[in-house]
Design a protein around this ligand. Structure first.
Ligand code: SAH
Ligand code: TMP
Length: 392
């Protein structure tokens, strides 16, 4: 699929980021040219080409929300905050992209009438096993859910709106389900944080858009909706929570214009910031390779820590393979025993990491570093060193 706008950079050929694969499938592996573009009209950073959603979100999806204790706790707080601010005991809640049901389950336990949309069958089944009401499909309008049509008080989402290529269809779905004074809240990785950290690994097939306040403000304004509040989040290396309502139904927070001014000063609303980002990515690649080659020249053993979707971008963009990284350890059973997409580095268990301690661990889950550093104190005490392409 394609987005038509100004292409300003390519990361080269990329596989499906979460497609951790078996040896016998190496020869059929799918690749696409991962170019990025900026739509100046909407101030929208986006992938220029990407695979079809069904190639990424299906019965073999390898990401599970409950793989991070920190995120489980974050979602409990998210449900508490939204319940207090927007809901009463008769409220109805929809979650888009509910995955294993972690967030919607918190709302369900509070007694709200809940519905989750989740197209990836394996994770949708996990949510259903919790007794949740789940539609195993992509969110949109035209579902025959009479209890929720124009009656939903809160539609919430996290780390999924940037996965949805057809934003018009998404907004039609919001219009179809949301009550007159209902609220749509979602939080997504923030463009400003990605530029600041040069965390270009936020860009992969699933992340079709990297939103800013300027872009969300412009997109919803094209429809009968408006941005009414924003709230920065520390999750996933810097995210932004957006609160959307129907036009002229809610008071717009004064903080929005302050943030929009800040984004304009940083040129996040024009392609200029993208051109600086491109240079920063090229420099980051050069420095990462120089450091890894130096470790190798010093006979250091290097492993990867956490087989993240983000690692697929770093490894393929920098062309880092099994000659540099011996293995990548991860907690996810569905990834262990498989190989990293494109670069084919073996994925092993945490037990293997404990028994085959490297000198250097490339932390691919740098966004979960607090949680990981806390449980891996021994690695550093025994002389191990953490490394990453972003500042740790
Ligand atoms: N919200 C969870 C999961 C994020 S991963 C969290 O933050 O941890 C994105 C999830 O959205 C995946 O489970 C994927 O299958 C689902 N998804 C992708 N496109 C979707 C769409 N159009 N509608 C609903 N869910 C979608
Ligand atoms: P993601 O960055 O693509 O969301 O994936 C996170 C991956 O990191 C997931 O495969 C689980 C793994 N992980 C660990 O292995 N150990 C950890 O402590 C945490 C938080 C995540």
């Amino acid at each position: 699929m394609q987005n038509k706008s100004n292409i300003f950079m390519t990361f080269g050929k990329m596989p499906i980021a979460n497609n951790f694969i078996n040896k016998e499938n190496f020869k059929d592996e799918y690749f696409f040219e991962m170019s990025v573009a900026f739509d100046e009209k909407k101030s929208l950073f986006q992938l220029a080409n990407f695979p079809k959603p069904t190639q990424m979100f299906n019965e073999n999806y390898k990401f599970f929300t409950n793989s991070s204790k920190y995120m489980i706790n974050h979602f409990e707080n998210y449900s508490n905050e939204l319940s207090k601010e927007f809901l009463n005991n008769k409220s109805k809640v929809i979650e888009i992209g509910c995955n294993d049901g972690t967030l919607i389950n918190f709302f369900n336990s509070k007694g709200f009438d809940c519905l989750g949309f989740e197209p990836s069958k394996n994770v949708a089944d996990l949510a259903k096993k919790k007794g949740l009401n789940i539609i195993t499909d992509f969110f949109g309008p035209n579902f025959e859910e009479k209890n929720f049509k124009k009656q939903t008080n809160l539609i919430c989402a996290a780390n999924v709106i940037c996965h949805i290529p057809d934003l018009e269809n998404l907004i039609k779905g919001i219009d179809y389900f949301l009550s007159d004074d209902g609220i749509f809240v979602f939080e997504e990785p923030y463009l400003g944080s990605m530029f600041e950290k040069v965390s270009y690994d936020q860009i992969y097939d699933e992340h079709i858009f990297m939103f800013s306040i300027s872009s969300i403000n412009k997109i919803f304004d094209l429809f009968d909706f408006q941005l009414v509040d924003v709230l920065p989040q520390v999750t996933h290396g810097g995210s932004m929570r957006y609160v959307i309502g129907r036009k002229n139904k809610h008071k717009k927070s004064e903080i929005i214009s302050k943030y929009l001014d800040e984004e304009q000063k940083k040129k996040l609303d024009t392609i200029e910031s993208c051109l600086d980002f491109k240079k920063a990515c090229e420099l980051s690649k050069k420095m990462t390779l120089e450091k890894l080659n130096k470790f190798k020249a010093d006979n250091k053993k290097i492993c990867g820590y956490a087989a993240t979707a983000k690692s697929t971008t770093v490894l393929n963009y920098c062309d880092i393979g099994n000659d540099i990284i011996d293995y990548i350890c991860d907690t996810t059973n569905e990834k262990i025993g498989k190989f990293s997409p494109g670069t084919h580095i073996p994925i092993v268990s945490m037990n293997y990491f404990k028994k085959n301690i490297p000198d250097i661990a490339f932390l691919f889950a740098w966004n979960h570093k607090e949680e990981i550093f806390l449980k891996e104190k021994k690695f550093v005490e025994n002389g191990g060193t953490w490394f990453s392409h972003v500042a740790l």
